[in-house]
Write a protein that binds this ligand. Structure first.
Ligand SMILES: C[S@@+](CC[C@H](N)C(=O)[O-])C[C@H]1O[C@@H](n2cnc3c(N)ncnc32)[C@H](O)[C@@H]1O
Length: 299
């Protein structure tokens, strides 16, 4: 069922996702607080520094996404017919793509967080791109229900969202993406993935809570399997950003949280701080990496 609101539609699926409320709780706080923690532009999926000691979180975040789109063979101004962004955060990636591909007539964004969808609708309207970007408050398991089956998607972006999905939601999302994409469409993924059997992994600060609703960890092999099961072939796979760059990004965010009077008292920021410690240790030990994956939908 789809209901229309100012600047976005709400898609209600048939099946319940018991993990949804946990994810929603992570993204409930005022975006102004998140800006203090992760940077004014609200990029929330690591950054590329490329040896630039002075790069801000905003610059590093944008550089990383731009590099991934270059790796996908979609330079600035490339002709792209229709784009889907699954888990668009506060809309930063949508805005970037609307500007990078000014001739793309339709960019669809999906996000389960109501506050993020409402914030993004306002942000895109202010940026003057709302006519080309449609927002859906929708669980990734219900992607098949996005209106207008034609034209199919040429580019699908999943950055930092797969880490929040249960195995069954990931499976349903990838099946729907496969159904709704054109032959040879490109999927661009950035995700924290584990390099050791998940049963062998122990966090440095023990997992007494499911921090940031990222408890359904995945290995690189599991992600590649779900892609291949759904007719996608991996074309480019890299540890990107590198371990040291990802650790720098995590340390900057941890320092921003520690420096602020209010943030550590709010659950997502306290959890983000502990995630920064745990993930830095895992990256240093090679137990996890941040992977950039470009896959193509086989005809
Ligand atoms: C780490 S943020 C990603 C930020 C953004 N993609 C970027 O590159 O900066 C993860 C996003 O995935 C969304 N998300 C998590 N689980 C979801 C689900 N089941 N369905 C739809 N969106 C989901 C969250 O609400 C959040 O906006």
């Amino acid at each position: 069922m789809t209901t229309t609101n100012a600047g976005f539609d709400v898609i209600t699926g048939l099946a319940d996702d018991p993990y949804q409320s946990r994810v929603e709780a992570v993204y409930r706080d005022d975006p102004a607080m998140w800006r203090t923690a992760i940077g004014g532009d609200l990029w929330f999926q690591f950054g590329l520094y490329d040896g630039d000691d002075d790069a801000s979180l905003d610059q590093a975040g944008e550089r990383y996404f731009a590099r991934q789109l270059d790796l996908a063979g979609l330079p600035e101004g490339a002709p792209v017919g229709r784009i889907l962004d699954v888990g668009f955060g506060w809309g930063t990636t949508l805005l970037h793509m609307a500007r990078r591909y000014p001739d793309c007539p339709r960019i669809d964004g999906v996000n389960i967080s109501g506050p993020q969808v409402r914030y993004t609708a306002d942000r895109l309207a202010r940026a003057g791109v709302a006519d080309r970007v449609r927002l859906y408050q929708c669980n990734a398991q219900d992607l098949e229900q996005i209106p207008d089956r034609e034209p199919p998607y040429d580019l699908v972006v999943l950055r930092g969202s797969i880490g929040h999905l249960t195995p069954s939601t990931l499976e349903a999302a990838m099946k729907a993406i496969s159904v709704r994409t054109a032959d040879n469409a490109v999927v661009v993924i950035s995700e924290t993935l584990y390099n050791i059997p998940l049963g062998d992994y122990r966090s440095m600060i023990p997992d007494e809570v499911d921090r940031l609703a990222c408890g359904h960890r995945k290995t690189l092999a599991q992600l590649v399997e779900v892609l291949e099961r759904n007719s996608f072939a991996v074309r480019d796979l890299q540890e990107l950003p590198s371990g040291p760059e990802a650790i720098r990004w995590l340390n900057e965010i941890k320092a921003n949280i520690d420096r602020d009077d209010a943030l550590p008292g709010h659950r997502p920021f306290a959890e983000m701080r502990d995630v920064a410690v745990n993930l830095s240790a895992a990256l240093r030990a090679g137990k996890a990496s941040i992977y950039s994956v470009v896959a193509r939908r086989l005809p």
